[in-house]
Design a protein around this ligand. Sequence first.
Ligand code: ATP
Ligand code: MG
Length: 560
Amino acid sequence: MNEEKKSLNFIEQIVAEDLKNGLDKNDLRFRFPPEPNGYLHIGHAASICLNFGLGLQHNAPVNLRFDDTNPAKEEQEYVDAIKKDVEWLGFKWDKELYSSDYFQQLYDWTIVLIKDGKAYVDEQSSEEIRAQKGTPTEVGVDSPFRNRSVEENLDLFEKMKNGDFDEGSVVLRAKIDMKHNNMHMRDPILYRVLKKSHHRTGTNWCIFPMYDWTHGESDYIEQISHSFCTLEFKSHRELYDWYLDRVVSSENIRPKQREFARRNLSYTVMSKRKLLQLVENRIVNGWDDPRMPTISGLRRRGYTSESIRNFSDVSGISKRDSITDVALLESCIKDHLNKTAPRVMAVLDPIKVIITNYPEGEEEFLDANYNDYEEGFGSRPVPFSRDIYIEREDFREEANKKFFRLKLGKEVRLKNAYIIKAEGCIKDADGTITEIHCTYDADSKSGSGSEASKRKVKGTLHWVSVKHAVKAEVRLYDRLFSDEDPDGHKDKNFLEFVNPNSLEVVTAFVEPSLKFVKVGERFQFQRKGYFCVDDDATNENLVFNRTVPLRDSWVKVEKK
Ligand code: ATP
Ligand code: MG
């Protein structure tokens, strides 16, 4: 028990503390409140894992609440994508809810606020309102409309609701204190006029409540015990509480807002607004482009939900803003795929090798394990013949002793097959090598038990038989940004740091066992990395995404 307590993050500790102080376990209720104005990203995954994780730990319900108060930016497409992503991550929400479902209740409460003299209609422009707001060191100035009568406010607010005012011409403001230390308390806006169709309420409403007014009251309506949000809302907490004070009754749960640090990731940006710019400017091919830090992009890239949840665990929940190294995310997916992905052979930059002493027209099927180090993966037959492809970078005419691959006069082992020796090569007029000629040791077949099969040679290469090879498009991704913190430059826009070489497409040859793979299947291409079958793939037209590269570790493994 003590052990367990030590590992609680500070948010979990807050919940544990509240339970200790008498909060009934049955009153625990959490929510994840995305605004459907874009696809979810890996930052949201932190919040999802936190809230749904608490739900699982305490066997408490977690609502999925769409915070949809801005019809200008929100769409059904985003709602659907968000649901798919949360489900894919492996979480189940209790209720699917929408802030827009509470528009009537919020309106009714607003009428009470006006009647209590706590809200007024302001007919100034947004510039004027902003100018009167003051600064952290200077108090604000009262609006000339601040002391309107309750009747006048009720009448004007009714007109706002009926669409009698143009967008931007009036707002309803809470009447709090223009001299308040906390700028958010200086008569914040409650409602604005927006004459846009809302994805759920259509044209029923042309006044829309602001985030602060909506969020806390939605928490209250749903009887959320803990409302966790990111640090930028810390200074809003006072307003959150002021608004709650207007509506709570003592027999109900009073939601508690607490804040944690946003998750940021190096070499990317993490705001839906910015990600939308990448999509709209066609810098990427959509929200689910495998270079995007979106959950849908990571999924298409080949990330597993387990690896993303594990990343959330190891990166933790923190009180202070920081940037998490993307290498940590990459190590989480490598760890998972290392244990789960079958290992196969694919040549990404092929050069032809002719094994001159192997009989022409002959072929044989070699038994190859999907994983040499773990049980339970099984094996498949891999065809071998006189002409094979290897990687161009795996051959040199001459090289020093550290080059444990193929060079003239030296031997290497072909994975699952024979030892070959390079005898010569053919070049075109430009001096580019077009063909390598080798001989093979017919007794050295892997696993045959012969003396020669046990012979140690320094390097092992992957290969694919030319006659049996299947062509595939392989998409090699690099970081989308060349800067560690593209968003962190005062004088430069993040788009200036877009890496122009973030996608390289090559035509590869893969072993024939991959001919009938399915979209989303994941493999290790030996010595090359982890790859996933792209959504665009068909059996006639294979497409693989590189999830993450792999260090060439065979040399070390085989040496020990
Ligand atoms: P963005 O700036 O990317 O649009 P947002 O905060 O506006 O993010 P919301 O849809 O409002 O996005 O966020 C839903 C929930 O996810 C909120 O509780 C928010 O605090 C949380 N969240 C958003 N971004 C992050 C992040 N980078 N790290 C952790 N939690 C986040
Ligand atoms: Mg938001």
